[in-house]
Design a protein around this ligand. Structure first.
Ligand code: B12
Ligand code: SF4
Length: 470
């Protein structure tokens, strides 16, 4: 069978917590979530094509034409709750453009809301779980015209009833799965706000996260932290470089939590002598100068970390480490190691008062990252805080589940605090951070190119014209 994997356009995404202006500045990054199913399908001998409609900025008409000309037997679409409407629209288009193809939905949405996604009647079958344990069994079943009942992770409708296949096995040995199929991408489409290098690639060196921040959706990759060997990561990096990539975004949930592994990985990257630069998402408080020096030698130039709030009380509420000084120290270490940093903050968190907000600004100034990224706290689906809000009657109904069952374009995310107040706090925080001579001087010193200057100017315009629905 011929497989076409589609990353849907992002024309009807549920707007979360970033102003549309900032959203548009974000370059498209490669759909790593589809590069894994692509790799396993290809390894099993199938002909695989990948269509990134979002990165190509395709509208639905153009998408239909492309799907038709690909003549696929199987169409695999990825969906999160935020991209569900576009995933459904893509499935509808796909059904018309390739009427005999089986249309599949995978990703976070069918994992979080299996019944609701199956009942949408948009997809022939959905898959929950990691593609490496589900996709090939499904392709086999399609090819052999067998029912999907025994396919791990399958969910589908039969006579109006939702049927669930066996639970999929989590992948315990990450080295056993094939390398993400980067060569299927048109690399020219990918860039990122965090670097002036391009093309930009995405890699994952570990899966899962052992922590339980109260604002974070349960993810497909789960709580068990699993790592790849340094050898396999370095091989993939070398391959990415040979394909033409200049920069890698490591999208691991938490990359730096196993110190020895990180040192080993950096050592091997350095020895390989790659010209790539890369960034890592790290955990504040879990970094030391030796690790950062090793990362720098290995080509890392940016570390991003969540601080979230400057108030220990709010941090406790978020189930985050409450030692603010340790978080600040991590940023100092990063700066001293000669790396750039981005700090993430959330504004409008549960129980946040004006005093807590001021504490956040104060910590942001002390941490002095190269860039501050603040967003309004949105209770995401399948998070502890959303569930608390439901239990305690803050939200009248399980609106994320209702949206999943009956997604409509007028759906609006809800906040914990009054939206106008949240906007005011966010604007106050950003202006307080950026409108300081010290900050402006720091940025000017750090500017490395005209492209970066224009990005900064556009970013600043986005900040000052901020409002959630502009
Ligand atoms: C990297 C990342 C981003 C990146 C890139 C997103 C992207 N489209 O690739 C950026 C920064 C752009 C981003 C933006 C946002 N993100 Co984000 N992001 C992540 C993060 C950290 C990792 C995702 C990832 O690459 N995982 C690794 C891959 C391999 O795993 P996976 O996606 O689950 O895919 C596997 C399976 O699901 C399956 N699979 C997936 N698709 C398909 C398709 C088929 C056909 C098959 C067979 C299988 C299959 O196979 C894969 C391999 O096993 C996750 C956290 C997490 N742990 O998932 C949040 C997460 C997905 N993001 C989230 C959110 C909310 C957002 C934003 C709304 C944030 C914002 N404020 O704007 C935006 C929305 C952007 C958008 N339009 O989708 C939430 C989603 C919550 C939800 N229920 O929808 C998550 C879960 C964070 C969280 N824990 O709360 N994000
Ligand atoms: S926010 Fe990050 S550290 Fe916290 S639970 Fe989610 S992935 Fe883990």
């Amino acid at each position: 069978v011929k497989v076409l994997l589609v990353n849907p356009p992002e024309l009807h995404t549920v707007q979360a917590n970033l102003p549309a202006a900032v959203e548009q500045l974000r370059g498209a990054t490669s759909p790593i979530n589809l590069l894994y199913p692509a790799a396993v399908a290809r390894e099993s001998g199938r002909d695989v094509e990948l269509l990134d409609a979002h990165a190509e900025r395709l509208g639905y008409q153009a998408l239909a034409a492309r799907i038709a000309s690909s003549e696929p037997d199987v169409i695999g679409i990825t969906a999160t709750t935020f991209t569900l409407l576009d995933a459904i629209e893509t499935a509808r288009i796909a059904k018309k453009a390739a009427p005999s193809a089986t249309v599949i939905c995978g990703g976070l949405q069918p994992f979080l809301y299996p019944e609701e996604t199956a009942r949408l009647d948009a997809f022939d079958v959905c898959l929950r779980g990691e593609a490496e344990s589900t996709f090939v069994p499904l392709l086999n079943a399609i090819e052999n015209k067998e029912p999907f009942d025994q396919v791990p992770g399958s969910i589908f409708l039969r006579d109006g009833k939702v049927i669930l296949g066996p639970d999929p096995e989590p992948i315990s040995e990450l080295d056993s799965i094939p390398t993400a199929a980067h060569d299927l991408l048109d690399l020219r489409l990918y860039s990122s706000l965090v670097t002036d290098r391009s093309p930009v690639g995405v890699m994952i060196s570990s899966r899962g996260c052992p922590y339980r921040c109260a604002f974070c959706s349960h993810s497909v990759t789960g709580k068990r932290y699993r790592v790849r060997s340094a050898e396999s990561v370095v091989e993939e990096m070398a391959w990415c470089e040979s394909l033409g990539m200049k920069y890698i975004l490591f999208y691991d949930e938490v990359m730096s939590i196993q110190r020895e592994r990180m040192l080993e990985l950096c050592e091997q990257i350095s020895q390989r002598g790659l010209g790539l630069r890369w960034m890592a998402r790290a955990r504040a408080g879990a970094l030391d100068t030796e690790m950062l020096a090793a990362m720098k030698r290995a080509g890392c130039d940016l570390v991003t970390m969540g601080i979230e709030s400057g108030s220990p009380k709010v941090l406790k509420r978020l189930n985050r480490p409450q030692n603010v000084d340790e978080a600040v120290e991590s940023f100092t270490f990063v700066r001293k190691a000669g790396l750039r940093s981005i700090a993430y903050f959330m504004i409008g968190c549960p129980d946040e008062t004006e005093t807590d907000l001021r504490m956040s600004l104060d910590v942001a100034k002390r941490a002095a990252p190269d860039m501050v990224h603040a967003s309004i706290f949105v209770p995401y689906p399948a998070t502890d805080l959303y569930e608390e809000g439901l239990r305690e009657g803050r939200f009248a109904s399980d609106y994320w589940r209702e949206f999943s069952a009956n997604p409509t374009a007028d759906f609006q995310t809800r906040l914990w605090i009054d939206p106008a107040e949240a906007d005011r706090r966010l604007a106050w925080f950003y202006r307080g951070y950026h409108l300081r001579l010290g900050y402006i001087w720091q940025r000017l010193k750090a500017l490395r190119s005209w492209k970066e200057l224009s990005q900064n100017v556009r970013g600043a315009i986005a900040v000052f014209t901020m409002g959630r629905k502009n």
